[in-house]
Ligand binder design. Structure first.
Ligand SMILES: Nc1nc2c(ncn2[C@@H]2O[C@H](COP(=O)(O)OP(=O)(O)OP(=O)(O)O)[C@@H](O)[C@H]2O)c(=O)[nH]1
Ligand SMILES: [Mg+2]
Length: 511
């Protein structure tokens, strides 16, 4: 179906499943009119006359007729036996809408009308709070669709909020981040974005560049020395300042990404060193199968943990060794995928078993990645004699040489839990070099923002070079305009259908 911003849209806004309450949301020019067919306030007032932003106890009515199969959301009433036949029988000479007006209720609900522009989308919105059963919610949605609404696309409510100027793009993205936040720190970053912290910075950059552009476009000719020399220096300074600020934001991405997405930690090593035991011990949960048989783990097990506000995504993997076994081989292939996407590797060795050729092979292949060398089984007396030296690894608590890696040696016991707190704090300090306290207030948390900032950086660089080469004002202006566009893409001051599609495709229906 062709979709248009003129359409009145509806969707279930709460998660699918059973819950105390569930909410169906309707938005658009005809939202109130459409909803009036589906809900009937107990005070008998027409929905159109209800006060805005007040809750009214209402009845949700049976939809008058079933929808054709496939129209609506997933498993709906249409997939059950003819439920509408079990409802009520229309009276003689009674029109369907009259029937609707007297129809039996399927549930009672609290209904709120929020008139535009004071709603999330900036349009007329009706929210219907029923009991949170999948069937009730779907029937309510079906009723709305029957009367002219259409099912919302993913993120369409938020997209409308953007199109109606209620949110800018970073704030729309922050809505998603807020919903997906799993720790206090990631929520804090999402809320800061939602309050417009990044947008304010970006807008300030743009204002500065617009002032520079005005200078340049006013016909400055940098080729002529004397008078314009000062102006050229001023422009150069403004560009340099903006460039520095853009660089600072770009530099915050590494930390911002970790706060939003978490640190991905792959636990790797030869079989039987205690990788799965380590995962279980960190989770304080009997999650992965542990046995003294080498080659126990086959699938990658992916679990999350909250460590002092930072999400830690732990990937337990299949033990690495040469194998003829097809299933184990597939497990090792999956391990390699997990390793590829990890931020940091835990190279686990068995303190009691000592260093073997298999350990050396693992170290040789992955030792150049950012990693921690973890000696497990420190509870066993034999582990006291363990030395990581045969791995060719510099040991001790300090970082080793090498680009982007800070290899450290940490002793733990998955069995007794000893050393685990230290391990998690070392993982954090390796990934967040500056430490959280030192983090700047505005963080870039998304690759999209970073990519646009980098593009703007390149354009400003070009403008500065043109200025140095005393090229025409037009050349300089062109690059400044390009930088303005790149920055504008972040907040949506400049946006294309393509950018919007990419952003909102990550949302669910109902957001
Ligand atoms: N004493 C002691 N035994 C441990 C410790 N950690 C693991 N083990 C034992 O080591 C054996 C192997 O543990 P797993 O966690 O299954 O090892 P893994 O590295 O996941 O093995 P694969 O999945 O086969 O690669 C089991 O018998 C565990 O009970 C520890 O800290 N101390
Ligand atoms: Mg295992």
């Amino acid at each position: 179906m062709e979709s248009s911003v003129e359409d009145t849209i509806c969707a279930i806004a709460t998660p699918v499943g059973e819950g105390g309450i569930g909410i169906v949301r309707v938005s658009g020019a005809h939202a109130i009119e459409v909803a009036a067919h589906v809900v009937r306030p107990r005070n008998r007032q027409p929905l159109q006359q209800l006060e805005s932003h007040r809750l009214y106890l209402s009845d949700v009515l049976y939809p008058e007729s079933p929808l054709p199969p496939g129209e609506g959301q997933g498993e709906g009433p249409t997939s059950l036996s003819p439920w509408w036949e079990r409802g009520r029988v229309r009276g003689k000479g009674e029109s369907p809408s009259q029937a609707g007006a007297q129809a039996a209720a399927i549930d009672e609900a609290l209904v709120v009308v929020m008139r535009q522009p004071h709603s999330y989308t900036g349009e007329d919105v009706v929210e219907i709070q029923t009991h949170g059963g999948a069937w009730i919610l779907q029937a309510t949605c079906h009723g709305l669709i029957r009367h002219g609404a259409r099912l919302a696309q993913p993120g369409e409510f938020t997209k409308r909020a953007f199109l109606n100027g209620r949110l800018d793009l970073t704030q729309a993205e922050a809505v998603l981040d807020t919903i997906q936040a799993t720790t206090s720190r990631s929520l804090q970053a999402a809320q800061s974005l939602l309050r417009g912290s990044l947008s304010k910075e970006i807008d300030a950059f743009r204002e500065r560049l617009i002032r520079v552009l005005a200078h340049v476009e006013a016909g400055m000719d940098f080729a002529e020395e004397d008078i314009t020399f000062i102006q050229a220096a001023e422009v150069q300074q403004a560009l340099t300042d903006t460039q520095r600020a853009v660089e600072r934001l770009i530099a915050s991405y590494e930390e911002g990404r970790i706060i939003r997405e978490g640190i991905k930690v792959a636990i790797i090593g030869r079989p039987n060193v205690g990788k799965s035991s380590l995962l279980n011990a960190l989770l304080k949960l009997d999650r992965a199968i542990v046995s003294d048989q080498p080659g126990t783990t086959r699938d990658v097990i992916d679990e999350s943990l909250n460590i002092r506000g930072i999400p830690l995504r732990l990937l337990d993997t299949a033990g690495l060794r040469p194998t003829q076994d097809r299933i184990e081989g597939e497990g090792i292939r999956r391990t390699e995928d997990a390793i590829a996407e990890a931020d940091v590797l835990l190279l686990v060795v068995d303190g009691a078993g000592g260093v073997t050729d298999e350990d050396r092979a693992v170290f040789k292949t992955y030792g150049s990645r950012r990693h921690l060398l973890v000696m497990n089984k420190m509870d066993l007396p034999k582990s006291r004699a363990f030395s990581p030296l045969p791995l060719g690894e510099g040991q001790g608590e300090g970082p080793s040489q090498g680009e982007g890696q800070a290899a450290r040696f940490v002793k733990v016991s998955a069995k007794t839990g000893e050393g685990l707190d230290h391990l998690t704090s070392v993982i954090q300090s390796v990934c967040l070099k500056e430490g959280l306290e030192a983090s700047p207030s505005v963080l870039v948390t998304r690759l999209r923002h970073k990519a646009s900032l980098e593009q703007a950086h390149r354009s400003i660089e070009e403008a500065m070079r043109s200025l140095e080469r005393k090229e025409s004002g037009e050349c300089v202006a062109l690059d400044i305009r390009a930088a303005l566009d790149s920055l504008g893409e972040i907040t949506g001051a400049v946006s294309t259908e393509d950018i919007l599609d990419r952003i909102f495709q990550d949302f669910c229906i109902g957001k």
